[in-house]
Design a protein around this ligand. Structure first.
Ligand SMILES: [Zn+2]
Length: 411
């Protein structure tokens, strides 16, 4: 191993100190005191690894290693913000990956052909302003100056105000945009946040697709009536109708295949009293798959089934798509390189899907993207119990290191 387990452990432990909820997980909102502490730590590590350190117009921390040519940059990193009471590895693992790669390149005086930028990204979780994947969207030009006034934290402070507080000029947000061609490749290492790698005894996950997802709200109309005086055959019970369909959704997802998942996580019954027949039921379905056709299949089966059930009961339903993001296929070139370097050090590897969104998904709109997963203990994430063994993290970093050397050296 060229990387240092000790340094990796130290980075994770030092970064863990910048939390507003000590003893109860990592809470680090963007442009907060904790952000400032972590930012200073990351900058210090980058400087001592010989990088030229700057903050871009969005607020990301960047350490740059010049290449032989002034060509497109190879970028490696992840986010350093967290959810409330989250863990010490979500995002941080990828930032530490960037720091450790920079140190190894520096120690070994490795000079890349293409410049490398090591990046700590802000506001991926959207924990403070409710604007998830903020910085990567800003990097590809999807955030306007106006948006910075719209998104506010729970105290009414806008992103623009928070940026100013940190010495950034919101009117210059566009200066942080990276155009297609500016970035040769983007590599992110992230914890899996699920149970697959651990349960299969795998060392590393190589993500082929970040799943597409849709969130649909269904409202089924019934008729509110007295629960005691209305005979069973004279009711239009909205919950009865909804449940007859909801109970089939898991099967619809399994039938669709390709790892498709579907979840009903919201169910509201109106008027919501024990002695009233449900007059209206609202439920939300979250469907995810690597294949848009599978998402469509589950969606149309739900709608056909609802239509049939409503018809029998002489009522109707509405559906509203609240969110849609298409699946993202990651770069075959990067997937093959990650496979090659995993095999070189004999890691047990798994090609997999990412069921969660990542900055990598946004960056894929402008460049080749690779995403490496390392195992999460018990599949836990977004909680204080979140854990990845340092040895497992190091294995992922070794592969990321070789991959970065390769893509920064070759055309
Ligand atoms: Zn994350």
């Amino acid at each position: 191993m060229k990387t240092s387990l000790e340094r990796i452990r130290n980075d994770i432990e030092q970064l863990a100190k910048f939390t507003s909820t000590p003893g109860n997980g990592l809470t680090r909102m963007s442009f907060s005191l904790e952000d400032k502490g972590a930012r200073e730590y990351i900058k210090k590590q980058m400087k001592s690894a010989g990088l030229y350190v700057y903050e871009d117009a969005i607020g990301n921390v960047v350490g740059r290693l010049e290449g032989e040519v002034d060509g497109p940059v190879v970028m490696v990193g992840s986010h350093f913000d967290s959810v409330k009471n989250g863990g010490n590895f979500d995002g941080q693992a990828g930032v530490v990956t960037a720091l450790e790669i920079a140190r190894v390149l520096n120690e070994n005086s490795i000079k890349p052909k293409y410049p490398i930028e090591f990046i700590g990204i802000i506001e991926e979780e959207g924990g403070r302003f409710g604007s998830g994947l903020f910085a990567s969207r800003a990097m590809i030009g999807q955030v306007s100056r106006n948006d910075l006034d719209i998104y506010k934290d729970e105290n009414g402070i806008s992103i623009a105000e928070a940026m100013e507080d940190f010495g950034f000029d919101p009117s210059k947000i566009h200066e942080g945009i990276r155009k297609p061609g500016d970035i040769k490749a983007f590599l992110e290492l992230h914890i899996e946040q699920g149970p697959i790698l651990e349960s299969k005894g795998m060392d590393i996950g190589i993500v082929e697709y970040i799943v597409g997802l849709t969130e649909i709200e269904y409202i089924v109309k019934g008729r509110p009536d007295h629960a005691g005086t209305t005979p069973m055959d004279m009711r239009t019970d909205a919950l009865d109708i909804a449940v007859s369909v909801i109970s089939k959704i898991s099967d619809f997802a399994k039938e669709a295949g390709s790892g498709t998942v579907a979840t009903v996580g919201v169910l509201n019954i109106l008027p919501g009293a024990a002695n009233i027949v449900p007059g209206e039921v609202k439920f939300m379905v979250d469907i995810r798959s690597k294949d848009e056709k599978c998402i469509e299949e589950v969606k149309s089966k739900i709608e056909e089934s609802l239509l049939e059930s409503c018809k029998i009961n002489g009522t109707e339903f509405t559906s509203t798509e609240k969110l849609y993001a298409p699946p993202v296929k990651l770069s075959d070139n990067l997937i093959n390189k990650v496979i090659k370097y995993s095999d070189k050090i004999e890691l047990k590897r798994e090609l997999m899907l990412s069921g969660a969104g990542h900055d990598a998904m946004v960056m894929a709109k402008i460049t080749d993207v690779g995403l490496i997963f390392v195992p999460s203990k018990g599949g836990r994430s977004h909680c204080p119990e979140e854990w990845t063994d340092y040895e497992d993290l190091q294995k992922g970093i070794e592969v990321a290191l070789e991959t970065i050397i390769d893509i920064s050296k070759n055309d």
